[in-house]
Design a protein around this ligand. Structure first.
Ligand code: SAH
Ligand code: SF4
Ligand code: F3S
Length: 444
């Protein structure tokens, strides 16, 4: 039989990007071909996200598109990821085009599941658990970038914030063994990667079954010890995301102060600046707790940049309560803020509450918060003008082939004029201009 060509489309967070890399590696290993061309692929795999209603709708729109685009020869369509895990068999009923549904634990089994579809089975379903993370490598060419690599350290979530679908789509928290993570980082460094990002729904809730790989590293939590263990490997840049406020302690900042290669960026989603709303969200932190962590971060000698997420229009959020979020945003001076309008997710505790903030009011709050953040952010960004920053040159900028783009250690996008020879290197850039979400400069 000829080789089947597979096209993978990824939606959602870094965990999905990482899973897609894993699937690609497994497929190649099992004799499939990978293709960038959706139009001619034998198989289209959609790796899906369910975090908000819009994300979920995208998947079904895409399935519809595929169905109508190629009437003469239909590709085999598989749905994987969070929507697959949550909807399971129901996906087959809503679309006859889909022949494979593989949940968040099934990534490693996709090749054998596809073989079953190929063998004539219809409606192949796998909502089982993930097997071990180890046992195979992801070739560099299959990573989403040749310079920045994602390394999952913990999957799932035990927090059950009342609005959030992730605990249902990703299951309980499971941490990878530290020695295995350190080994992967060693290999990535040897393969030429300049930066790794330790990823997980809540990285700082990291708690492996055994201490193997963490022995000899001091620090209060297993996460800060993991940071030290990874930093000791010498790879130039280590970033980590996302951090959960309740589990964020000073030992993490201490580790960052000890190791220059632990990058000066913390993403710490606050969600709301009002204690009643935070309680209703079941976040496990109060405004005061959060601001205390902000102080710890700001007082560090590392000049750490802090970014956050906020949800506006949570059920029952009054105008006054929303204004508390504006106040917290002002105090926190975030270097970046992702703002989301509350989206009701079926099966979550908050879905039982009346989604009573109107779409117009959600939009108004979104814009008010965005405009405040932009005024704070523009001041912060302006302070970079005239300074020299270290940038990992990651590729050509989207706008122009004569400019390169990359990130600072504090995760700001920098576009700059330079020769393509520097791609893959950490270079010094003199910042000449600040834009809303990026900096512009010249190679030093
Ligand atoms: N584990 C991280 C967040 C992961 S989800 C944390 O707890 O901080 C990424 C972001 O999506 C969240 O921070 C939140 O702001 C947003 N989000 C999650 N569920 C949402 C919902 N139902 N409606 C709107 N935004 C949501
Ligand atoms: Fe969702 Fe809360 Fe878990 Fe973050 S901590 S993934 S918001 S349940
Ligand atoms: Fe989306 Fe699942 Fe990630 S719901 S944000 S892809 S964990």
């Amino acid at each position: 039989m000829s080789k089947l060509s597979v096209h993978i489309e990824t939606f959602g967070c870094q965990m999905n990007v990482s899973d897609s890399e894993r699937v690609a590696a497994k497929l190649l290993d099992s004799g499939f071909e990978l293709t960038d061309a959706a139009d001619s692929a034998d198989v289209i795999l959609l790796n899906t996200c369910s975090i908000r209603e819009k994300a979920e709708q995208k998947v079904f729109q895409r399935v519809g598109q595929i169905k109508h685009q190629r009437a003469e020869r239909q590709p085999l369509v598989g749905v994987m990821g969070c929507v697959a895990q949550l909807e399971g068999e129901a996906i087959f009923n809503s679309s006859t085009t889909v022949q494979l549904v593989a949940g968040t634990g099934a990534t490693e089994r996709i090749p054998s599941l596809l073989e079953r579809v190929r063998g004539g089975e219809t409606r192949v379903l796998d909502l089982g658990e993930r097997e071990e993370w180890a046992g195979f490598e992801i070739p560099t060419a299959l990573r989403h970038s040749r310079h920045v690599a994602f390394v999952p350290i913990i999957e799932g979530c035990n927090k059950f914030c009342t609005y959030c679908i992730v605990p249902y789509s990703r299951g309980r928290e499971r941490s990878r063994q530290a020695f295995e993570i350190v080994e992967e980082v060693q290999k990535l460094w040897a393969a030429g990667f300049q930066e790794i990002q330790l990823i997980g729904q809540n990285v700082n809730s990291y708690r492996p079954k055994s201490e193997k790989g963490l022995e000899g590293f001091s620090g209060a939590t297993p996460f800060s010890r993991l940071l030290r263990a990874v930093a000791s490997e010498g790879i130039p840049r280590i970033k980590f995301t996302t951090s959960f406020p309740r589990d964020f302690h000073a030992d993490i900042v201490e580790a960052m102060e000890e190791h220059e290669n632990l990058c000066n960026w913390v993403h710490l989603p606050v969600q709301s600046g009002n204690n009643r709303v935070l309680r209703a969200m079941r976040r496990g932190h109060k405004v005061e707790d959060y601001l205390e962590k902000v102080e710890t971060i700001k007082n560090s000698r590392r000049a750490i940049s802090l970014t956050s997420d906020v949800i506006v229009g949570f059920p029952g959020e009054s105008k006054e309560e929303f204004e508390d979020t504006l106040r917290l945003t002002e105090k926190s001076e975030f270097h970046g803020l992702y703002i989301f309008k509350y989206s009701k997710r079926r099966g979550t505790p908050a879905a039982k509450l009346d989604d009573d903030v109107s779409p117009d009011e959600k939009a108004r709050r979104f814009l008010a918060l965005e405009s405040l953040q932009m005024s704070i952010q523009s001041k912060i960004y302006m302070e970079y003008v005239g300074r020299k920053v270290e940038v990992l040159a990651e590729g050509f900028s989207a706008r122009s082939q004569s400019d390169l783009t990359g990130h600072t250690t504090c995760q700001k996008v920098v576009n700059f004029r330079a020769d393509k020879e520097v791609i893959g290197k950490v270079v010094k850039v003199h910042v000449t201009e600040a834009k809303a979400h990026s900096l512009f400069g010249q190679l030093v």
